[in-house]
Design a protein around this ligand. Structure first.
Ligand SMILES: [Zn+2]
Length: 673
């Protein structure tokens, strides 16, 4: 029997042939691909020819092509359409992959060739991208412990393998807690809720085989419920369930996992000679040091907290006017904030929602990319991993650039949140590759036949993820490992957060925010309110975010906590966390930090990027408008096409002429004094 994962893919543009792949194919394909990759690595390491850039560094870039194919298909389904079999495979694959890559980094003969090239780098006549690839390849080996010997090297391998297992368990526990909880409602309990909360609650009930509507822990369902339900008892129940994900005791509890992860990370950093895990982690970031991160968070925290405390008083007064006594609780905040927004901005989400059709917002994101970068999008009829997925071919002047896949609706088999991933990264050497980019979201799916409507937040998420997609689509570098979003973590959110600004351009909303029934554009008055309301409740938003970022930083800078929950409480107390606000992600469900290494001591990076996105969009405005052609050209030339082929700071300064301060950010959030 042939394994479709290992055959050449004759699908359009080499999209994984999902229709032919069965779950039984993944494990044997992975085994074969790992063996193949090992053989390729051995051939490079044992090459009798003297080390040269081409036969070592470029050869490494090209190795593992079969493995890339298997994993591109597998990770797509593991994240966005899992099932018990795929979860089992993931638990199986994760330590195998970790051991495989650790083995490559521990290959002494291979590292010796890389080190020899590094030491003689002046003699090899390398271009700037080649020099950078050599530097990053060597740094990757050193940071992975390639220079470690004996028992230190063994211990490093153990730590990495264990961390990978713990990361997968953390994610699966979270998924289990999310899938395992629902609050069944009667039709009476829905009284007063807008239709866009009622309909998905009914749909969720149907999907889960409940007798009536249910509220689940999906952000796109629970947040509107907390915002609109007048039933304080139900809000409290929902909020408590939502914020105790991963901390419910029993087999799915993540607290002990968090403790072990932090201890192992510290040990790993110390083995490599760093003061702390944060110091190790931040070395490769634009921020550079824990102190620089702390400075940024502190500069933003005080003005944000002052705003949040003033808002807390205003919301508590609203609540007391309704005859509810006692302090404002975290499950009250969104509900009274919505009332206040209605009173002060008269922006009613119920009235707004019919103007935010998913279809029109996709068109809006595409149209902005057309006006800025000349991109064109043509629907593609291909089989993907789920019938809800859609694909487009992206071209410019008739030339193929990429395939873009949108997977927009929430379902039980998809992990929560929204993300952008690539099933294939752009590259020119050793082989030309065009990107296949996926945006995954968790928008509430409408009942059959009804059009999908978004909240304003959802629309912003769509633009955000599409900004990441553009970073991949427009990538124009030599080597795949430096393509697209392969950049410093605190730089990667610049293109995505910057793109959110185009949703707020009045002419974009005017053209694309059209009423689902009448087709009328959003009235000017509503549009003005939407734009003004964008800054609403920024005290709350900034506080819940910065609290999470600070806990993440402090967890990794200094000795690891014996009891992370106690340490978390201590950090929040030290900051003077307002009582009616919870962290955006508390430790037991802080997947950014514990599901893998990606955002560990790196959650601050959204804000680091926001400092730049506020400043970068100001560059367009200063130049004469959101679609200023010369600025768009500069944005593509210096940032979107460059991936990680140069230092982030150099790229930004090339685009803007200087580095930004926090002023544009505070102004953008309405927090400037
Ligand atoms: Zn992002």
């Amino acid at each position: 029997m042939n394994n479709p994962l290992l055959e050449p893919w004759s699908t359009p543009f080499g999209i994984p042939p999902f229709a032919e792949i069965s779950d039984e194919d993944y494990a044997p394909a992975l085994e074969t691909a790992l063996i193949e990759h090992d053989a390729e690595i051995a051939a490079i390491a044992e090459n009798p020819a003297a080390p040269a850039f081409e036969n070592t560094i470029v050869a490494l870039e090209g190795a593992g092509a079969a493995l890339d194919k298997v994993l591109s298909a597998f990770f797509a389904v593991a994240g966005a359409d899992t099932n018990p079999k795929r979860q089992e495979l993931q638990r199986d694959f994760s330590p195998k992959l970790s051991a495989h890559f650790s083995g490559i980094y521990a290959n002494a003969a291979l590292f010796a060739r890389i080190e020899a090239l590094w030491q003689t780098r002046e003699e090899h006549d390398l271009g700037p991208e080649e020099q950078r690839l050599l530097k990053l390849t060597r740094r990757g080996f050193v940071r992975a412990g390639a220079a470690l010997k004996g028992s230190d090297a063994d211990r490093m391998r153990e730590i990495k393998s264990r961390l990978s297992v713990l990361g997968t368990a953390f994610t699966q526990n979270l998924l289990a807690d999310e899938a395992g909880w629902q609050m069944e409602l009667s039709e009476d309990d829905l009284t007063g809720l807008p239709d866009f909360v009622k309909a998905p609650a009914r749909a969720a009930g149907e999907e889960r085989g409940a007798d009536g509507p249910v509220i689940t822990l999906s952000r796109s369902l629970i947040v509107p419920f907390l915002q609109f339900s007048a039933r304080r008892d139900l809000r409290e129940r929902a909020w408590r369930a939502w914020t105790s994900r991963g901390a419910n005791g029993g087999e799915t509890d993540n607290r002990e996992i968090a403790r072990e992860v932090l201890a192992l990370r510290e040990e790993r950093a110390k083995l490599l000679g760093y003061d702390s895990f944060a110091a190790y982690k931040l070395e490769t970031e634009m921020a550079g040091t824990p102190a620089a991160v702390r400075d940024l968070l502190t500069a933003v925290w005080e003005p944000a907290k002052a705003q949040a405390l003033a808002d807390q008083d205003a919301l508590a007064a609203l609540m007391q006017d309704e005859g509810v006594n006692g302090p404002l609780q975290p499950w009250d905040w969104r509900y009274y904030a919505e009332k206040r927004r209605k009173a002060e901005h008269d922006l009613d989400e119920t009235a707004l929602k019919p103007y935010l059709q998913l279809e029109r917002m996709i068109e809006a994101a595409f149209d902005c990319a057309n006006r800025l970068f000349g991109l064109e999008f043509k629907p593609l009829d291909v089989d993907l991993y789920h019938p809800d997925c859609r694909a487009w071919e992206v071209t410019r002047h008739g030339q193929h650039l990429a395939v873009f896949v949108g997977d927009y609706f929430a379902r039980a088999s998809k992990r929560s949140g929204a993300w952008c991933s690539a099933m294939r990264m752009q590259a020119k050497r050793p082989e030309v590759k065009t990107p296949i980019v996926v945006n995954v979201c968790n928008f509430a799916k409408p009942s059959k036949g009804a059009p999908a409507l978004l909240s304003y937040d959802d629309a912003r998420t769509l633009f955000h993820e599409f900004g990441h997609a553009l970073h991949q689509i427009l990538s124009d570098v030599e080597f795949g490992s430096m393509a697209g979003t392969s950049v410093a973590r605190d730089f990667v959110e610049l293109p995505s957060q910057l793109y959110e600004h185009w949703l707020e351009v009045p002419e974009v909303l005017k053209s694309y925010a059209t009423h689902v029934e009448t087709g009328e554009p959003m009235p000017q008055e509503m549009l003005d309110k939407v734009l003004k309301a964008a800054n609403f409740d920024q005290g709350f938003q900034t506080v819940e975010y910065v609290a999470s970022a600070m806990v993440d930083l402090e967890f990794h800078d200094g000795p690891p906590p014996a009891d992370p929950m106690a340490r978390q409480a201590e950090i929040l107390q030290g900051m003077g966390m307002p009582e009616a606000i919870a962290m955006r992600h508390a430790t037991p469900h802080f997947a950014h930090v514990f599901a893998g290494d990606g955002y560990s001591s790196g959650y601050y990076s959204y804000m680091w990027s926001e400092v730049m996105d506020a400043d970068a969009f100001a560059a367009f405005e200063e130049a004469g408008g959101a679609f200023h052609a010369a600025m768009a050209e500069k944005l593509e030339r210096f940032i979107l096409s460059k991936g990680g082929s140069a230092e982030a700071e150099d790229l930004y300064v090339s685009f803007r002429g200087k580095m930004p301060g926090v002023d544009a950010l505070l102004k953008g959030r309405g927090l400037a004094a």
